[in-house]
Design a protein around this ligand. Structure first.
Ligand code: AHR
Length: 500
């Protein structure tokens, strides 16, 4: 069997684990909101119409922050439509997803849902069809304590200030599919003026400027540069979005998707630092990786409704994930954690039904996709500081990225607790992994679990929701060395501590 080695040293710290790495995303798209998180009349619905089964799974997933309400949806959205008495809320055309938006669920419901789920809201504003004034109105409604038209309106709706800190200045405005698509300079100017004005209300907001919709966009690199030249002093973060698929059936390259994510992050950090140098600024812009996941479905089909039909909450991109996808998701989390010094926020897109870790049926059950598990376990075990690892691994060859390390890993260390997360990206065979943990002083294995299956395409369904679950794995600890066999296409987590 081929072998890989990792050396752990708790003094080689990259940065503290950022809880906001474990974010997700709720968009008014398909069935993410309607019959996803919200379904009055469902057997588990609470007094607000929120599905309690989904709330419970959201907590188990270990979600920290949830981005809302889009996505492409936000670029044509009027936030006022989704507040106040339900009977007077308008039905609108949603051009992004060719559907009808009933506005039965809006900002007030989302804020209540966040409180119940125990997550922080991350609010996106419409800079597609709207501008500075509407952003200010929204901020006054959500955050101002009272005594003004919009803060009093919120009080009339029965709500205290929401205190939302984290704001996205639009969504994917580089994309020609976006309602209100813009050039980098048009967008950069609008984002800068919106940010400047929002800070006049609340200087301490944390603001995200839109980066490219993907690293494959024709303007990737120049978009970030030009947008940051306009916005650098007014924003905190620049966004990254990345979706990985295995459409061409090239599993070796698909399994190495995190190589692309590593490169993507490094490129955006380099671009941001370049602009900082040009501007002679000592400030550092970090990354909000506010959309990432595996996504298979044909993207062109996801925007087109069937003919002239405009439906309420139609099924859109309800990808069914398998074991291989779960390994890739686990590896993408390894990449995000490894970049904790510059990735401040990350959102798995989306939360329910739409390319999601949680699936539901209307009037029916909710269940976990295989991708749920690496996310939930990483969120639960990662703590303290992310460590830089010394890794020696055999390579696998991929058409997309050349030769890449078969084993990719990250570790976190928190006062006598060590967590190691590792993938074997080989499709061919197992790797014997030895982790030298002698410098970490940990002596006991508390938990060792693996996501792997003899069928890498195994999946979970409503009828068989636990076909793919984490299994205990044989991990041994002797003389400061942890040894585990990582089967081909597998993701493993081990947590260790000192005897007390
Ligand atoms: O998450 C689905 C869509 O993907 C989002 O609406 C958009 O921002 C991205 O292109």
């Amino acid at each position: 069997m081929i072998a890989a080695t990792i050396t752990v040293d708790p003094t080689f710290r990259i940065a503290p684990v950022n809880r906001r790495t474990f974010g997700t995303f709720v968009e008014h798209m398909g069935r993410c909101v309607y019959t996803g998180i919200y379904e009055p009349g469902h057997a588990t619905a609470d007094e607000d119409g929120f599905r309690k089964d989904v709330l419970e799974l959201t907590r188990e997933l270990g979600v920290s922050v949830v981005r809302y309400p889009g996505g492409n949806f936000v670029s044509g959205y009027r936030w006022e439509d989704g507040v106040g008495p339900r009977e007077s809320r308008p039905r609108r055309l949603d051009l992004a997803w060719h559907s009808i938006e009933t506005n039965e669920f809006g900002l007030d419901e989302f804020s209540r849902w966040c409180a119940k789920a125990g997550v922080e809201p991350m609010m996106a504003i419409n800079l597609g069809t709207r501008g500075v004034q509407e952003a200010l109105d929204l901020l006054e409604y959500t955050n101002h304590p009272g005594g003004t038209a919009l803060s009093d309106l919120r009080e009339q709706h029965g709500a205290s200030p929401y205190g939302i800190k984290l704001w996205c200045l639009g969504n994917e405005l580089d994309g020609p599919w976006q309602v209100g698509h813009k050039t980098p300079t048009e967008y950069g100017r609008l984002a800068a003026e919106t940010a400047r004005a929002m800070r006049m209300i609340e200087p301490g907001l944390q603001l995200v400027a839109c980066g490219s919709s993907s690293s494959r966009m024709p303007l990737f690199g120049t978009w970030e540069r030009d947008v940051l030249r306009e916005t650098y002093e007014f924003v905190d973060y620049i966004s990254c979005h990345a979706y990985y698929g295995n459409d061409a059936g090239d599993t070796a390259s698909f399994l190495a998707s995190a190589v692309n994510m590593d490169h993507f992050i490094d490129s955006v950090v380099a671009t941001a630092d370049h602009v900082g140098a040009e501007l002679k600024s000592s400030k550092k812009i970090s990354i909000s990786f506010d959309e990432w996941n595996v996504w298979y479905s044909d993207r062109s089909r996801s925007t087109d409704g069937p003919g002239d039909q405009w439906e309420v909450a139609p099924r859109r991109i309800e990808d069914q994930y398998n074991v291989t996808d779960a390994v890739v998701v686990g590896n993408l989390l390894i990449s995000l954690l490894r970049h904790s010094d510059r990735v401040a926020v990350a959102c798995l897109a989306q939360l329910a039904n739409v390319i999601a870790p949680i699936m539901t049926e209307p009037d029916g059950p909710a269940w976990k996709q295989p991708t749920f598990h690496p996310f939930a376990i990483t969120s639960r075990l990662a703590a303290g500081d992310v460590l830089h690892l010394q890794t020696e691994s055999p390579t696998v060859s991929t058409a997309a990225y050349g030769d890449v390390a078969a084993v990719d890993a990250v570790a976190t260390y928190d006062e006598g607790r060590l967590a190691v997360f590792a993938v074997n990206r080989s499709t061919e065979g197992p790797v014997q992994l030895t982790v030298d943990i002698s410098r970490a002083g940990v002596t006991t294995i508390d938990e060792a679990v693996i996501i792997h299956d003899s069928d890498p395409l195994a999946t979970n369904t409503a009828a068989d929701p636990d076909r793919v679950t984490p299994q205990p794995v044989d991990a041994r600890l002797q003389d400061g060395k942890l040894t585990i066999t990582l089967p081909a296409i597998s993701w493993t987590a081990v947590s260790l501590s000192t005897d007390r």
